[in-house]
Write a protein that binds this ligand. Structure first.
Ligand code: SF4
Length: 557
């Protein structure tokens, strides 16, 4: 120290001035002051919290107490303000899909489990069902009208337009328009549309033939006042004159509606329920399982025999097994379509998992590989099964394949599991959504994982409370999951996410079957309500628009 500095130091030591009280009170005695005010809109939450905490800590170190209000102001002043996200367009109250909580669940298995081309139930299966429906309507027009027809045109709006190219929506829409059915279309036909996009086709409407091509499927406005984020119109034209026009909505899970849609009339269910609580009350008071209650309802609502219901369920089980087998058979060097250039990895993961030393590692690896195998089939645009959607098409098949083909559990138990899983999917559809465009990925992988948890618990003969608890747990731990497919392709994060959905379903079953069931604190109905509320509040950037999240942060080269 220099002399001058020494003097200054001595002065400070000898000073009679009362030293400033650094901290008069314990700053943690009243923590209310440490709690920040609500996070303002338009700023990054994480950045805001860090800056707010740092500002508060610095002030305390300097001997000042700072109110939450002051810290908020300080944090905002130093924050980069993000552009305001567009709010989610409200869904029209006319849509049946938003008329929630009206009466008992009446959905049936054949409406729910649908076979069709991937990669997305809302962006390929739904649009293909829509154009196939329009094609059939057009064929029924009077001959004199059809004689004038010159053109068929499909316009895609909202999310269908924003991410449709990545999903191959135009190819699916064209396939339906030329009269191909989603459940039976040869995936090679869709592949050929991708490989030779200039092909033209003749659509026969009565005596008239109209030429169509991919140019007739138009990617229209992405933003607007649409009744549903997945809106499309189909027109049959004679020059500028419209001979037939219909506005449609692909409302998730391959379900479709149209302007003026009224749900088909159905019979009353044997066990009417609108909540899991009511369904379990039926099951418990009649000493039957959830699966048996759903079977009885399938028979009464759709007027089918038990054999017919099981025949349909078997068809779906077999299709799920086939999709896993097909995915596992693909070459390890196979590259999925699209700009991501993603290599298939299901076969590699499966082979290597089999070399693991411990059985548990083998099991988790195999389950993940089965899920990715089916999901990669979805990414290829091959046939998948909605359970509940195309994006989540790896989750349920993974468990079905694992339980039936690997563990060789008897088929009847898998059938029961498929029926119990339906109850989960029905309730999520009834009160919330199955559409990523409405609710993000929690509505797809979250619901699929919850269905799969119910499947496992039922296949292992668990009582109804355990089935509910397993399904609840799997759904709960997907709440808030966003949808941000990279480049609009249902590949990243979707394929691996199916594996996580399958493994989480098993975790949910492991917890539910080993805990004391009556002590499970959260009931399924409460979690479905949370799903609906979270879907409502979620920023539209995270609802299958590829405007945020991984879709922004992953760079394609
Ligand atoms: S992120 Fe999830 S919801 Fe979105 S497309 Fe992929 S699987 Fe579907």
């Amino acid at each position: 120290m220099s002399n001058k500095e020494n003097e200054k130091f001595d002065d400070q030591l000898n000073s009679t001035e009362k030293p400033r009280e650094v901290v008069r009170e314990d700053p943690l005695a009243d923590t209310s002051g440490l709690l920040s005010e609500e996070i303002p809109s338009g700023v990054d939450r994480r950045d805001f919290l860090i800056r707010s905490a740092v500002g508060g800590a610095a002030a305390v170190m300097m001997g000042r107490s700072v109110s939450a209000h002051e810290r908020t102001a300080m944090a905002i002043a130093t924050l980069p303000v993000l552009p305001q996200a567009a709010s989610t367009p409200p869904l029209s109250a006319d849509l049946n899909v938003v008329k929630k909580e009206k009466g008992p669940v009446l959905t049936t298995a054949d409406e729910f489990y649908k076979v069709g081309p991937g990669p997305s139930s809302s962006h390929t299966i739904g649009p293909m069902r829509i154009t196939y429906d329009f094609y059939q309507r057009a064929t029924k027009l009077p001959a004199d009208k059809l004689a004038k027809a010159t053109k068929l045109q499909v316009n895609l709006f909202g999310s269908l337009s924003a991410t449709g190219k990545g999903h191959g929506t135009e190819r699916a829409a064209l396939a339906g328009l030329v009269g191909k059915e989603p459940a039976t279309v040869d995936p090679k036909f869709l592949d050929s549309l991708r490989d030779k996009p200039d092909q033209t086709f003749q659509v026969k409407l009565g005596d008239k033939s109209i030429e169509v091509s991919l140019k007739d499927i138009i990617y229209d406005a992405t933003k607007g006042d649409f009744k549903h984020p997945n809106t499309m119109t189909c027109k049959l034209l004679a020059g500028n004159e419209v001979l037939l026009e219909q506005e449609y909505y692909s409302v998730g899970g391959g379900f479709i509606e149209w302007k003026g849609y009224t749900p088909p009339k159905k019979n009353a269910p044997k066990y009417p329920y609108a909540t899991m609580k009511e369904l379990r009350a039926h099951a418990d008071s009649n000493k039957i399982s959830i699966a048996q209650a759903i079977l009885a309802n399938e028979m009464s609502v759709a007027g089918r025999t038990e054999e017919e219901v099981y025949a349909f369920i078997d068809k779906i089980i077999n299709a799920m097994v086939a999709t896993v087998k097909s995915g596992l058979s693909m070459s390890e060097d196979d590259v999925l379509p699209g700009p991501i250039k993603l290599h298939s990895k299901a076969a590699t993961v499966y082979k290597r998992a089999m070399d693991e030393k411990y059985a548990a590692d083998k099991g988790i690896g195999a389950l993940s590989a089965f899920a990715m195998a089916a999901s990669e089939e979805n990414g290829r645009g091959h046939l998948v099964i909605t359970a509940p959607t195309g994006g989540s098409a790896g989750v349920m098949p993974s468990l079905v394949y694992g339980l039936l083909e690997v563990r060789q559990i008897e088929r009847q138990k898998i059938r029961d599991g498929m029926l119990a899983a339906l109850a989960i999917g029905y309730l999520c559809k009834h009160h919330a959504t199955l559409s990523a465009a409405e609710g993000g990925c929690q509505a797809e992988i979250g619901v699929a994982s919850s269905m799969a948890a119910a499947l496992i618990a039922t296949a292992y003969g668990a009582e109804s409370r355990v089935v509910e608890n397993a399904a609840e747990s799997a759904l709960e731990h997907h709440l808030g999951m966003t949808c941000d497919p990279v480049a609009g392709y249902v590949q990243v994060p979707c394929i691996e996410r199916c594996a996580f959905g399958a493994v989480k379903a098993w975790t949910a079953y492991a917890i539910a079957s080993n805990e004391i069931a009556s002590r499970h604190r959260v009931d399924f109905d409460a979690t479905v309500m949370a799903l609906a509320q979270t879907a409502k509040d979620m920023n539209s950037k995270y609802k299958e628009t590829s405007e945020a999240g991984l879709a922004l942060s992953v760079t394609l080269c």
